[in-house]
Design a protein around this ligand. Structure first.
Ligand code: SF4
Length: 407
């Protein structure tokens, strides 16, 4: 699919760093996670167009060969249910699915410079316009508040369709797989004046980028920059962080053991936000370079571990039987094993045998007595993580409840 030079999905990057527009020209590397996200979007689109939930598409082959597993069906199902409950409440609202919008008319820029395809628009004129973005990612949380991608879609939709202003505009992000303090659905409301203000901001940015296309600024947004592995600005930013410049430019780098607790917290945050993604970008840039026949001093191309597999498992079993004759036992080659607790829950739920208690589905008592819970491992997480903090000394209390929520 064509991506506009100043596309909505990369707006947080180019609104901060003009030089990233040039640095991302022709970038096409797609990670496995991005392919999985595209597949999940495809599933949501199919559900909305056909009007049935994701469970009906279990056998569908989606983008890059992905098929909907339980995780994807559950996550996409949440977006599907949210949209359907909105449509049930406002049956006259117009539903737009995978809809191309171009803000050029309001931003006063070249057509297709900033266009993009929104996931879902719910046009409930004149009451409200809802722009919904489904995020399948699990790692990086996305907020609805001041979400520049959604704002650009709103400007695009209004530029093309709005004869009169809507009373309000609602930005909605549904990201079911990410643990977020505000839950899987995040919303933010804006006024028509704010929509127009964002159009002005976009217009000014187009002019600024034209004036100074090389101006670079590093920050969180570098995570999504295809040029990160070769960017001097990002390199010096990260080296500064690594050298621990806490306002004292003469400070020497220190080991984690020598840092104060505040410094340790700050560095960990920077590592998660900036240095870890930068390391990945460096690896990808060097890999691409070496694959193209160049030499990166100190590095070489090597074979990874290859995995052996059967091209036909049934034929392999038949051959093993031929070799062993009467001594062949199927369980030696294809062992059956007992499912785990979630597998039991799923099987019993299909028979309507789970027990509902306090808005949770539980295994029936004869099975519940066999369930044991291990002490959950302790991790550290950012303060924004929605899980309650564990106090030292209480770590062996019950961990999080793993029973299934009632649908
Ligand atoms: S890595 Fe960061 S600073 Fe460098 S071009 Fe990309 S967005 Fe700009």
């Amino acid at each position: 699919m064509r991506h506009a030079k100043l596309s909505p999905s990369s707006s947080n990057r180019w609104l901060h760093c003009a030089g990233s527009v040039e640095a991302n020209q022709g970038a096409s590397a797609e990670s496995r996670n991005a392919a999985l996200g595209t597949a999940a979007h495809e599933l949501l689109e199919m559900c909305m167009r056909v009007g049935t939930g994701p469970d009906s598409f279990r056998t569908a082959v989606l983008y890059a060969g992905h098929t909907p597993d339980d995780d994807m069906v559950e996550a996409v199902g949440q977006a599907y249910d949210w949209i359907n409950s909105y449509m049930a409440k406002y049956p006259k609202a117009k539903l737009c699915i995978e809809y191309r919008v171009d803000p050029a008319k309001l931003v006063k820029c070249d057509p297709r410079l900033m266009d993009g395809t929104l996931d879902i628009a719910l046009d409930n004129a004149p009451h409200e316009l809802v722009i919904l973005d489904y995020k399948h990612g699990v790692g990086v949380g996305v907020w609805a508040e001041d979400n520049t991608q959604l704002l650009q879609y709103v400007v695009g939709y209004v530029a093309q369709h709005a004869v009169t202003p809507y009373k309000k505009y609602r930005l909605v992000v549904i990201q079911p797989r990410h643990r977020h303090e505000d839950g899987p659905v995040r919303e933010f409301e804006i006024t028509h004046e704010q929509v127009l203000a964002h159009a002005k901001r976009l217009h000014k940015r187009v002019i600024d980028i034209k004036k100074d296309p090389d101006q670079r600024a590093a920050g969180d947004w570098c995570r999504w920059c295809a040029g990160a592995g070769r960017c001097k600005t990002l390199t010096s930013y990260n080296l500064k962080v690594a050298a621990m410049e806490f306002g004292d430019t003469t400070a020497k780098p220190r080991s984690p053991q020598e840092m104060t607790d505040a410094e340790l917290g700050f560095c960990l945050q920077q590592w998660q936000k900036m240095i870890e993604p930068w390391g990945k970008a460096l690896y990808e840039a060097a890999h691409t370079h070496v694959m193209a026949g160049h030499i990166v001093p100190g590095w070489k191309l090597v074979h990874g571990r290859s995995v052996r597999s059967f091209n036909d498992e049934k034929a392999a079993l038949r051959s093993a039987k031929e070799v062993l004759g009467d001594a062949f036992k199927l369980d030696d080659f294809a062992p059956r094993s007992v499912l785990g607790v979630p597998g039991f829950e799923k099987a019993l739920k299909a028979h309507g045998k789970l027990v509902k208690q306090n808005k949770k589905w539980l295994l029936p008592p004869p099975l519940l007595q066999h369930v044991v819970k291990s002490n959950p491992p302790l991790h550290i997480a950012p303060e924004s993580d929605p899980r309650p903090a564990v106090q030292r000394g209480e770590e062996f209390n019950d961990g999080p409840d793993s029973s299934t929520d009632v649908d």
